[in-house]
Design a protein around this ligand. Sequence first.
Ligand code: C2E
Ligand code: CA
Ligand code: CA
Length: 720
Amino acid sequence: MTRAPRLAPDMPDRQAIMSMRASILPTLVLPHLVLGAVLATLAMQGQWATALAGRPLGMEDLLLPGLFAELALLLAQLVLWRLRFGLLSRTIEQMVTQDAAEIPWQNRRGALGQLAEALLKLRQARRGTKVVLERSRETHAQLQQESSARREAEVKNLLALSVYAHLDEAVFFSSPQGVILQVNPAFERLLGYPAHRVEGRTSAELLMPDNPALHQAIMGVLRRDGLWQGEAALRRADNRHLPTDLTCRAIKDADGTIRHVMGVFQDLSERRSARARLHELTHHDPLTGRLNRASFMSTLREVLAARQAPIQALLLVGIDRLKAINDTLGHRTGDHVLREVAHRLGQTLRKNDILARIGGDEFAILMPAFENTEQAKAFAMSHAESLLTRLRDPIQLDRDHYSLKITASLGIAFSPHDGNQAEALLQAADLALLAVKRAGRDQASLYLPSLGERINQRFRIEQGLRRALENREFEIFMQPLIEAGSAELKGFECLIRWTQGGTTPISPADFIPVAEEIGMIEPITEWIVREGCRHLASWRRSTRRELFISINLSPRHLLRDDLAQMLLEALRPHGLSASALLIELTEGGLVGGLELVHERIHHLAMHGFQIAIDDFGTGHSSLGMLTELPIDKLKIDQSFVRDRVPHDPEAVKVLDAMLALARELQLPVVVEGVETLEQAQLIRSRNSQALLQGFYFDRPQSAFSWDGRLLDGTLPNYKF
Ligand code: C2E
Ligand code: CA
Ligand code: CA
């Protein structure tokens, strides 16, 4: 039996212990070497990271690797003690398996002591590992917290930097002595210096070279209060002075020592001009640059209160049909017209006259200095006439070399006669203007007290019209149209009648323009067309004649997209075709080359509606227009016939010329205002195809009375 080598008296097995030492040594030393290497590498990495990350790395960056190194060291110790433990347990085993007597008592105790020590160290090492692990966990969490806090701080820093870079306000930092350290782009922009020409110079020398006292005062206040605010003119690179609102703030340490000074300023001249622009906007009309209504009224109040001269004149100029221009030629053209009118009116102003745009299409001119009423009236009237003449000159439209002819209406009132308060004077001039518009526009008129009553009447019409349809106050009247050669009834013109409140008849000439203005003309026309079609259908059935009806369409209604649709829907329930309807359009609404109006007329003709030009000869129609538009009939205005034909040879000549023109253009005619047999015969002798309309044949009568005459199938006898 081979025996295990005997243990030396002081050591269980010297050889084993030696080999154990040999293995322990590297295990003990190596981790320390590794740790050193790791730390050195990290330190170097720190430099690279500094270069890469753009920030120096702190001790906290080495903490985690350090902990790992410590852990590795402990693990190495653990392994070492395990080795030792193994060695000792082998010794114990030897002691147990060998004859106990062969091992000296001391050796036995020594081995047991070492074993106990090994166990203790092992336990300690284990505990140490645990502690290190726990610590590493804590440190890790702490580091994570710190790094997210640092990231947040970095983002904040970046934001602050970008705000600083993009700020409208100029910002600079200087030392407590005023040496400029850093400026932002707004500083460079506002003062015209590039940053490199600024940094290193003192704020006193750079910004306030000609006001050292102010600079000193600012520094004094900063030392005392930490803050200075005020207006300061700073010198720009081009030597001009920039007015600024400057704020200087001392940036202090925890112990109150000033470390830096921060200055912030804005260009006050920009703000001042913005203030001026705001003032301009609130007091002036942006389109024409003239005073607006509010500031004109306050000026008017001041002028009237000051009473520097006995009489003041107020002229109100209203552009005629500006709305139609806007609707048909577009707002750009409307704006162009307004600017041109403002320009022309501006050219006529005398020294103390004040011009303002006080409404969409209205200008006011205040002429403040007349000695007496007669002088004021004479001057204002002649001035008004020359203004209107000037406004009639064609306005050149920039596109396509078109020019546009416009007219204006003018109302005049005087203070103190017509009103000694601003509002009353303006109202008086407004009434005079309204009266001109009612009377056909393109004129000037002085205010008269009786105008008030007429305006009140207009107001009553307006109010009444809004309820007239639902109160069934309208009635449809029909006036026949007779063919001259055959004396046969061919159709009817539908004419509306209104009895306000069931008692007061109001002429269509009075209420139709109001209905157009307040937007009631569309529902009224729709009603007329529907009623007209209903009656026509029944008369066609009873008389077995292809009768037609004509309806009057206002130019405003012509602009509606759904007009053709509305007309077709009125015809459809009665099985009537579009040709049963003659649409009468007044010349006045067609002149001016309004493309949209022309387009609509073509559109209606395409649907098969007949088109007539009403009141022909009264407007300013051009022959070109008559050939361009798809016109089916010309209605010669009653003023060419009524009262004048046949006794006035001139009138007969004009009528003849018009009939010849219609023949040339191969246009059928309708002659209105036929009141006598002679008139009817004369027209028949010139044109047997002409249709005649007038009191000689029939006055307009209600559609219901025509029901009574036509529904039994008999036709009126118009033989002449
Ligand atoms: P208008 O279209 O020229 O209509 C003809 C006007 O002349 C009618 O006046 C008619 O009663 C009148 N009249 C007809 N024959 C004679 C005659 O022999 N002698 C005289 N002295 N007058 C005659 P009314 O009905 O007062 O209409 C006036 C204007 O009102 C119309 O003129 C038309 O422009 C407008 N109007 C009438 N009804 C409507 C309507 O339903 N819609 C629109 N938009 N306008 C209408
Ligand atoms: Ca008519
Ligand atoms: Ca007419």
